[in-house]
Ligand binder design. Structure first.
Ligand code: C6P
Length: 405
């Protein structure tokens, strides 16, 4: 049985006041809070089992290495990957996508080739490809959005061609909440011989993801949006692609041999993990995955989907408010404008009411342009949110309506 109060009790950060009011945290798409299971794993990782990994024969180094590699094993099972070699620890989604763009793109793209992304991508899934296009002469093309914030598979099909070498697509949009039909998109891309990279930054905390079932070539996510620590993320890559790619960065731990004449590379996954990795963050990520999977995605999705339904219904009672992103398949994001108030003013008023939302372009400027708004207010849901949180958001928004008319 999903007991939201029992879940909230595991998040120390939820138990505080902001401006004299109990905190309502509706900014989980930016970063989630951490349950005690994760906080304790981090404390333990530093206070009991801490040392550098893959380098020492002494006991602490061996224990740290075991804990770090156990987190990789947990992540492999979580994503349904075939092998630990396919799980690369990075700094986060941003670095994961940059790794693919540079380590795969620079060697495989040339003038005349095309990369497809959608108009709803986070800047992390646009700019790395722009950088690689500048260096290779490849062309970046954008799948347009429909008015509800979904993409049309027909428009996507028209853009796909033998020139398409990579499709890089967000699984769940951070600015709109749209869940993209990635399984179909992957199949369609593979039919023209293109690879697919999925940005799962807003998906893995809400939906069960199985990379083998999806068939994607790469999948990226960040731990800090999955109730885990900052500073660590994951790149899943099919072994055959990772084997064929050159290293992204050079340094310690990614080599087999080094001489003044040249170097050879360590096997996967170390080839892509140069330098001392985020050891304790990996342990925290493993704890977050264990914690989340013990609750189960069926229960999580049904709780969050009900809150999304309730929030959508309640926001629509405010005549002045316009939702941005109304696709049929959505997850956990309520993005809106309420003219004439500017989103920043709304965010400030809500903060004074103890309600945390994000305002701005959400690192998705092309989405703002598509919907003709400079910015939106975004209330994003996490496992610890309740109907009462939505009611407090509504109460704060009614104050805004009174102030701005
Ligand atoms: N979105 C948000 O408030 P990093 O910063 O590397 O952990 O994640 C980048 C990223 C990539 N893709 C998507 C879909 C994302 O939502 C994010 C991060 C946060 O929406 C911070 S901008």
């Amino acid at each position: 049985m999903f007991d939201v109060e029992a879940i909230r009790a595991q998040f120390p950060a939820m138990n505080q006041e902001v401006h004299g009011k109990p905190l309502v945290y509706l900014d989980s798409a930016a970063s989630t809070h951490k349950p005690t299971a994760v906080l304790e794993a981090i404390t333990d990782g530093y206070s009991v089992n801490y040392s550098n990994v893959h380098r020492g024969v002494h006991t602490l180094s061996q224990r740290a290495t075991e804990a770090y590699e156990a987190a990789r094993h947990t992540t492999k099972d979580f994503l349904g990957a075939a092998d630990e070699a396919e799980i690369i620890f990075t700094r986060g989604t941003t670095e994961s996508i940059n790794l693919v763009a540079h380590a795969w793109g620079l060697d495989h793209l040339r003038a005349g080739d095309e990369i497809l992304v959608t108009e709803m991508e986070h800047h992390s899934n646009i700019v790395p490809w722009q950088l690689v296009c500048q260096r290779t002469g490849a062309r970046l093309r954008y799948v347009p959005l429909l008015d509800d914030g979904s993409i049309s598979l027909d428009a996507y099909a028209e853009l796909l061609s033998a020139k398409t070498k990579m499709v890089s697509v967000v699984h769940v949009s951070n600015a709109l909440g749209t869940i993209n039909p990635v399984a179909e998109m992957i199949q369609m891309a593979h039919d023209v011989g293109a690879l697919v990279c999925v940005d799962g930054a807003q998906a893995v905390q809400h939906l069960a993801v199985d990379v083998a079932a999806l068939g994607c070539d790469f999948y990226a996510f960040s731990a800090h949006k999955l109730y885990g620590p900052t500073g660590i993320g994951v790149l899943y890559g099919k072994r055959e692609h990772l084997e064929a790619m050159s290293p992204y960065q050079g340094g310690g731990d990614m080599i087999r041999t080094v001489s003044f004449d040249g170097s050879t590379w360590a096997s996967l996954p170390n080839k892509f993990e140069a330098g001392t990795p985020a050891i304790v963050q990996a342990v925290g990520l493993g704890a977050a995955i264990d914690w989340l999977t013990a609750i189960g995605f069926e229960a999580i999705a049904s709780h969050e989907d009900e809150l999304l339904r309730y929030g959508t219904e309640q926001l629509q009672t405010l005549g002045a408010l316009r939702l941005v992103g109304t696709a049929t398949r959505k997850s956990s994001v309520l993005s809106f404008v309420m003219e004439p108030a500017h989103p920043s003013d709304i965010g400030t008023i809500l903060d004074l009411e103890g309600v945390a939302v994000r305002v701005g372009h959400h690192c998705a400027q092309p989405v703002m342009k598509r919907f003709g708004v400079p910015a939106t207010c975004r209330a994003s849901l996490g496992i610890y949110n309740t109907h009462a949180d939505i009611d407090r958001l509504l109460q704060g928004l009614r104050t805004c309506v009174k102030m701005f008319g």
